[in-house]
Design a protein around this ligand. Structure first.
Ligand code: AMP
Length: 295
């Protein structure tokens, strides 16, 4: 089904809503007609990773909504909120090309009105890896869960699509949906990579040529870790990955093996999927990557 919102149509042909009220009225008819609604939340600066989510949504849902919002509450003090890459015209053109029915691109005041005081916080899972108080801290995930809960309430999607690139985010959002009874199915899609293995990210734009080359060590380390974890042991895998990063002189924030769902530390491959995840700052860009190992 395609939505017809002539008054909200952008030059690219995609329907564009800036206000919650526009978004809601655009979706009322679709919802009343029993159409399935897929939501792809993004912060824009679209690349093939985002497009893979849009394609999956397009294939599975009758109405595809993409949100385009650089969410200030998930950036810590001193992080890259101000310089985060933004190119709305290009993003709208790519969304139109991908067959998105409606882009929701609200201004900050539409999402966080004056006196905003309610937050959604998932405990435990948000205090490790990227949420470790010594690193980004749980405030990052509080920003993510709050904005995604708001998007779920405004869009009321049947399915929401996220990338496995942000594996911890997926684990946290699955827990939020389960704990708060959101009637949404979370779909997580595989990491899309550059030909040399680097996981696609809007933040890769920050990398100067030499750092861009060094950054390939992240995926190399994860591949080495996965291979050695399967052939030898998980501990040997983690060691192999760390050695690869040391050789590339990359200082990691973490390189760890965790249960993919609970994010508890694990040291052996048993019956559950294991996540090996890495975060490192390279040339001023904070990059993350991971690999999932199925038993
Ligand atoms: P972002 O715009 O960075 O907030 O990302 C929006 C969505 O795209 C999130 O669900 C990300 O996990 C997903 N995503 C980002 N990079 C990739 C990638 N390389 N492969 C697959 N999904 C990705």
């Amino acid at each position: 089904m395609s939505l017809l919102l002539t008054d909200s149509s952008h030059a690219t042909g995609v329907n564009l809503a800036r206000a919650k009220s526009e978004l809601r009225s655009a979706l009322t008819e679709a919802r009343a007609g029993g159409c399935s609604i897929g939501l792809v939340p993004t912060m824009g600066s679209l690349h093939d990773g985002h497009l893979s989510l849009l394609r999956a949504a397009r294939a599975e849902c009758e109405v595809v909504v993409m949100s385009l919002f650089v969410n200030p509450t998930q950036f810590g003090p001193g992080e890259d909120l101000d310089r985060y890459p933004r190119d709305e015209e290009r993003d709208l053109a790519l969304a139109a090309e991908a067959g998105v029915d409606l882009v929701y691109a609200p201004p900050v005041e539409e999402v966080y009105s004056e006196g905003f005081a309610t937050h959604v916080e998932v405990e435990g899972l948000t205090e490790v890896l990227c949420g470790d108080p010594a690193r980004r801290g749980p405030g990052h995930f509080r920003g993510v869960t709050t904005v995604v809960a708001k998007l779920f309430n405004t869009v009321q999607p049947d399915v929401a699509y996220f990338g496995q690139k942000d594996a911890q985010q997926v684990a946290v959002l699955r827990r939020m949906v389960r704990d708060l009874d959101f009637p949404v199915r979370i779909e997580s899609l595989p990491i899309v990579r550059e030909p040399d293995g680097l996981a696609m990210s809007s933040r890769n734009a920050y990398l100067a040529a030499g750092d861009r080359e060094r950054a390939t060590a992240l995926s190399r380390a994860l591949r080495a870790a996965a291979r050695s974890a399967r052939e030898e042991s998980l501990a040997a895998g983690v060691e192999a990955g760390r050695r690869e990063l040391e050789a590339a002189e990359i200082d990691t924030e973490y390189f760890e093996s965790r249960d993919a769902e609970s994010l508890e530390p694990v040291t052996e491959l048993e019956s559950r999927p294991v996540l090996i995840a890495v975060a490192a700052e390279i040339g001023g860009a904070r990059l993350i990557d991971n690999v999932l190992i199925w038993p």
